[in-house]
Design a protein around this ligand. Structure first.
Ligand SMILES: NC(=O)c1ccc[n+]([C@@H]2O[C@H](COP(=O)([O-])OP(=O)(O)OC[C@H]3O[C@@H](n4cnc5c(N)ncnc54)[C@H](O)[C@@H]3O)[C@@H](O)[C@H]2O)c1
Length: 320
């Protein structure tokens, strides 16, 4: 199968591309290498893909998904069977600072890709949504059947837009669309703006870590290999239109997550306790029954093991 994968230089995109190449699929990877975080990490991920045993099946194109002409050329030249759309301007907090970056990539970029699918006959579109669409919903765990009309960040609003837009395209043009609501994904090659990376970096440097919501956050931390298995299952099992939670299915207190990092580093963190940030939700725990049933999704990795894998990677990559 030939998959057009957007966000290939990103954390999740890199791992999904690796998994697709591992089983011999062809990957047309798109990324504009945005400077939202360290570009050299994105380049290092691409270098890994270019060294893969099946690298002959990997093509990287530095393109912006919101550029209609560029995307039209890519679809014409490469004629993908499926689209796996993981590119985004990610991050809840940054969406308060720079909302237009979210408008351009998440809203316009997704529309551009769906238009390409429509006109170039691509019938299967798998895309990243987010647990943030549940907004301030108090009922836990979050289920796909819950209402998601009350986002509390611009980022979340764009992800909700992606879901409803994909629904319209599935109805109008018969494009099979699957939206995946990821929940705090972590693991090797992870994002420098996310908690685990920041905690590890600061603890190793002897600097304080910022603990928002006074540590009362609860997150459904999901290890990258579990997320990737869910994405691959979604690519292999098209539905007319479905939305799935992809998580571990277990809320973990932020302080326990920090404890796992401290244990692994054998060093206690100096903690700066701070209030809940605007746009952040206090708890995200997922009901994953639907993915278990329809995608045969079975998360395997717990926080202790996952954090350990991340730290092994971090120390080796940054030569600490
Ligand atoms: N990591 C998580 O915990 C998490 C949680 C929920 C949802 N998500 C979603 O999963 C997807 C992947 O996230 P990630 O953690 O790998 O983020 P990431 O930032 O590491 O990857 C996104 C990639 O998209 C690229 N990109 C941004 N704008 C682009 C554009 N206009 N054109 C082409 N490429 C562009 C970036 O350069 C980056 O490499 C995103 O859609 C994100 O919103 C992630």
């Amino acid at each position: 199968m030939k998959v057009l994968l957007t966000g290939v230089a990103g954390f999740i995109g890199f791992h999904v591309a690796t998994a697709l190449l591992n089983r011999g699929d062809e990957v047309i990877g798109i990324d504009n290498l945005s400077d939202y975080y360290d570009i050299s990490l994105k380049e290092a991920r691409l270098a890994e893909l270019q060294k893969h045993a099946n690298a002959a099946k990997f093509t990287f194109l530095k393109e912006d998904i919101s550029d209609q002409k560029a995307m039209s050329k890519v679809f014409d030249k490469h004629a993908p069977d499926k689209v796996c759309h993981l590119a985004a301007q990610a991050g809840v907090r940054y969406s308060l600072e720079n909302p237009f970056a979210y408008e351009e990539t998440n809203n316009k970029g997704t529309l551009v890709l769906l238009e390409q699918c429509r006109h170039k006959g691509v019938k299967h579109f798998v895309f990243a949504s987010s647990s943030s669409v549940y907004g301030g919903n108090e009922k836990q765990p979050f289920s796909e059947e819950d209402r998601v009309d009350t986002p509390i960040s611009v980022y979340a609003a764009t992800k909700k837009y992606n879901e409803v837009l994909a629904h319209a395209y599935s109805k109008l043009y018969g494009i099979q669309c699957t939206g995946l609501r990821f929940f705090t994904v972590y693991g090797p090659w992870g994002r420098p703006d996310m908690a685990l990376f920041l905690f590890t970096k600061n603890i190793l440097a002897g600097k304080p870590i910022k603990v928002f919501n006074y540590g009362k956050h609860k997150r459904d931390f999901t290890y990258i290999t579990d997320t990737v298995a869910g994405v691959i299952a979604a690519l292999d099992n098209p539905f007319e239109y479905e939305i799935f939670n992809l998580a571990r299915g277990e809320g973990v207190e932020l302080m326990d997550y920090i404890k796992a990092v401290e244990n692994e580093l054998e060093k206690e963190a100096e903690k700066e306790m701070l209030p809940l940030q605007k746009g952040d939700v206090p708890e995200t725990t997922a009901d994953i029954l639907k993915a278990e049933k329809l995608l045969n999704y079975k998360p395997k990795v717990n926080v202790q093991d996952g954090v350990k894998e991340f730290i092994v990677w971090y120390k080796e990559f940054y030569k600490v």
